[in-house]
Write a new protein. Structure first.
Length: 233
């Protein structure tokens, strides 16, 4: 046996083993197409198809019912449009003491309809409210009052600016007061300088008067002593 033949034998052996493994895998993981529940693939698919068919039939039933309701509602739509147009017109202009506002009756989140004619049931509003025209008039009055307040505020701001400029401007009251104070301070200092000579004279005269007073008091005491000695003799 040549070397090439040995190689071919080994290759054939490897291929044979691989084919055996592949065949065993196919056999062990084969799909059971029998109709035997619950492992039969055919039985599983039949069950799934029956479930889908049941859901489809239920959906078709709901669709037919909804389509019937839709046709009924479409026939009623022109009448309902007119009905709600009248209600909206009432809300816009017709609300007063004789015609109070009304609201749709809702129970458990569902709009209640009159079985006799299919119209929506309207109940009196739980609390009174104004019509759109009345609200528009109130809004106009409020806006006018607001604009008047804004105008007054702007006027006050302009007046405040003028008064502030009058107080702290280059020729404002504060500058005038500062200038006047500076002038008065200068006058006071000048008066102090002018009074200094007089102050010195007054101090000198005061000192002379004090000396004269002390001399007179000493003379009075001396005379009193002489008088006392004369009386004793």
């Amino acid at each position: 046996m040549t070397r090439t033949g040995k190689i071919l034998v080994y290759v054939t052996l490897v291929l044979a083993v691989g084919m055996c493994v592949w065949a065993f895998g196919l056999y062990s993981t084969r799909i059971d197409w029998s109709n035997k529940p619950p492992n039969g693939e055919l039985a599983k698919r039949i069950t799934a198809l029956r479930q889908v068919d049941g859901a489809l039939q239920a959906a078709e039933t709901r669709q037919r019912a909804a389509f019937g309701d839709l046709r009924t509602l479409e026939r009623r739509r022109p009448r309902d449009n007119q009905y709600f147009a009248n209600e909206l017109h009432l809300l816009e202009t017709g609300i007063n003491k004789d015609h109070p506002p009304r609201v749709v009756r809702i129970q458990s989140g569902v709009i209640q309809v009159n079985p006799a004619d299919g119209l929506v049931i309207m109940d009196p509003a739980p609390q009174p409210f104004l019509s759109l025209d009345d609200l528009a008039r109130q809004q106009t009055q409020t806006q006018a009052a607001l604009l008047a307040s804004i105008s007054e505020y702007q006027t006050a701001v302009e007046q405040d600016v003028k008064l502030t400029e009058r107080i702290i401007g280059d020729k404002g009251l504060r500058q005038q007061l500062f200038n006047e104070e500076e002038i008065k301070q200068a006058r006071i200092m000048q008066e102090i300088e002018d009074l200094k000579p007089l102050y010195i004279n007054v101090m000198v005269d005061s000192e002379l008067l004090m000396k004269r007073q002390r001399a007179l008091e000493a003379r009075v005491n001396e005379l009193n002593n002489q008088k006392g000695r004369t009386v004793e003799k």
